[in-house]
Design a protein around this ligand. Structure first.
Ligand SMILES: Cc1cc2nc3c(=O)[nH]c(=O)nc-3n(C[C@H](O)[C@H](O)[C@H](O)COP(=O)(O)OP(=O)(O)OC[C@H]3O[C@@H](n4cnc5c(N)ncnc54)[C@H](O)[C@@H]3O)c2cc1C
Length: 469
């Protein structure tokens, strides 16, 4: 459904944005209206391409006055449909693309919303610093999107989620006012922390226009390895050992099942099997240390002892950066690798780390009973208790028939996670996909408090109206 926007509102928006600052050309709009897995297709009457925070303020102000809804989009890599408009005006941050400051004294980088994560990595390196977040989508995902989804990624184990990495933000509120909260303080204990509402706010409380982010030293040594294990249970035992052996130096601990690895080898060009033989489960481990040589030594001790104790079946430590990249490529292609296999029910659940193996076992038994012949891949940030648990249609099966059972199947998976004290969305957010489902798992008290916050800032509900309560 396209919402009809009064002609005078469109004229005012065009006047503010100027030539090159807006589009209604279907070819220009098309890639922004399709989600990368083709799961959501959207519509919009107007694409706004603001270049400055003042432009964003003017656009949102006009829409607020007229009661016209807006959906904000960054890199369009979100996995829960929140960035795809269903008739709203689409505000893209692609031209908010300036890195305003990189400071190695304050250890901070200030980047506008449309800057990609990869560009932030690059800019930090220029001052011999590092922004530690890693996402397979980092070449396209933007700082505005990352902040707004409170993205996680592969280094949460050591550095936390986006919430832990943001020092300040600048945002345009739903009435068009600009809030300059671009602080760079490590300590600021002065009441409610407003920026935390925008982090993970998925565009419902306004438009994030810039963020100041924490930088970290570049570490002197880094070791990457793949180890084969018999089961997720053993993977967790190895995680406990890794933390003990390396102290706080474990950066990533990622699980992959054999089926997911095989999909990558089959469907993604130029990939290598990480070990010489095939094994039921793999963990990709990364250790990094400020001390030269220390990461490699810790990895060797960890894997040597684990082999000796028959905890692991096999292992390889990357001998070069290229080999480390090849290991990571198999992990990062777990999702793209399964895409050609057909319709999939995707889940992004978290449970306490101690419950991961039990979750995988229970969910797998339940799915095999509910959807006989389905193909399951379980992979992800097992060190954070976050499993991407995907249920793919049977080999040669019918996509439509599988998709038709999605809601019922996902409900079973979500109920199993919830019964273990888990979450139905560990890192991807709610978007339009999971908002109604989340209502089931939150108490009425929580839903009412969250709705009241939104109502107070956006009484006309113009910002991402399809998302949240
Ligand atoms: C291959 C692949 C791997 C991924 N791996 C991970 C992973 O490991 N961990 C993880 O957490 N996510 C992962 N993601 C999901 C995705 O990359 C993240 O959610 C990312 O943060 C989205 O950024 P984006 O710029 O693409 O945002 P979009 O997709 O454009 O938007 C996402 C949401 O944020 C809102 N939004 C965007 N920009 C703004 C803004 N400036 N102000 C207000 N609201 C805004 C949108 O309205 C929408 O609700 C992955 C995605 C892909 C495709």
């Amino acid at each position: 459904m396209t919402i009809s926007v009064p002609a005078d509102v469109l004229s005012r928006l065009k006047a503010v944005l100027g030539e090159g600052g807006w589009s209604q050309d279907p070819d220009r709009l098309a890639p922004k209206l399709l989600e990368w897995r083709d799961r959501w297709k959207g519509t919009t009457p107007f694409l706004a391409l603001p270049r400055t925070t003042a432009d964003v303020s003017a656009i949102v102000g006009i829409c607020h006055e007229a009661g016209v809804p807006i959906t904000t989009q960054g890199g369009n890599t979100g996995l829960v449909g929140g960035q795809i408009p269903q008739g709203e005006i689409l505000l893209s941050t692609e031209r908010l693309s300036t890195i305003r400051d990189v400071d190695a004294f304050d250890d901070v980088i200030v980047a506008e919303a449309g800057v990609t994560l990869a560009a932030v990595h690059e800019a930090a390196l220029q001052v011999r610093r590092r922004f530690p977040m890693g996402l397979a989508s980092e070449g396209t995902a933007t700082i505005g999107g990352i902040v707004s989804t409170n993205a996680g990624g592969t280094a949460v184990l050591r550095y936390g989620n986006t919430r832990d990495l943001v020092l300040g933000i600048e945002a345009v509120l739903p009435n068009g006012e600009i809030w300059n909260g671009l602080k760079r303080l490590r300590k600021d204990n002065t009441g409610y922390d407003l920026k935390q509402l925008f982090i993970g706010g998925e565009g419902t409380l306004g438009v994030v226009t810039a963020a100041s982010l924490k930088l970290f030293p570049i570490l002197a040594s880094r070791a990457t390895a793949v180890a084969a294990v018999e089961s997720p249970e053993v993977a967790i035992q190895l995680l406990v050992r890794a933390k003990e052996e390396a102290g706080g130096a474990v950066e990533a601990f990622e699980l992959m099942g054999r089926r997911g690895v095989e999909f990558v080898l089959k469907n993604i060009p130029n990939q290598r099997d990480p070990l010489h033989r095939s094994y039921p489960w793999y963990v990709l481990i990364e250790i990094a240390s400020g001390e030269p040589g220390a990461a490699g030594a810790a990895m060797e001790r960890l894997l040597g002892k684990a082999l000796e104790d028959s905890l692991i079946l096999d292992a390889a430590i990357a001998q070069s950066e290229a080999q480390a990249k090849a290991f990571w490529s198999v992990r990062e292609n777990q999702s793209p690798g399964q895409k050609p296999e057909g319709a999939t029910w995707k889940h992004d659940i978290s449970v306490p780390v101690s419950q991961v193996a039990k979750f995988i076992a229970q969910a797998t038994a339940a799915m095999e009973a509910f959807a006989p012949g389905c193909r399951i891949t379980a992979f992800g940030h097992v060190g954070d208790g976050n499993i991407h648990y995907d249920v793919i249609r049977p080999d040669g099966g019918d996509d439509a028939a599988h998709s038709a059972k999605r809601n019922e199947g996902s409900r079973i998976v979500h109920d199993i996670a919830a019964a273990m004290g888990g979450s139905i969305s560990a890192e991807h957010g709610l978007g339009s996909m999971k908002t109604e489902e989340a209502r089931r798992y939150k108490s009425p008290v929580e839903v009412a408090a969250l709705s009241a916050i939104r109502q107070s800032l956006d009484p006309k509900r113009i910002m991402n109206p399809r998302v949240f309560f």
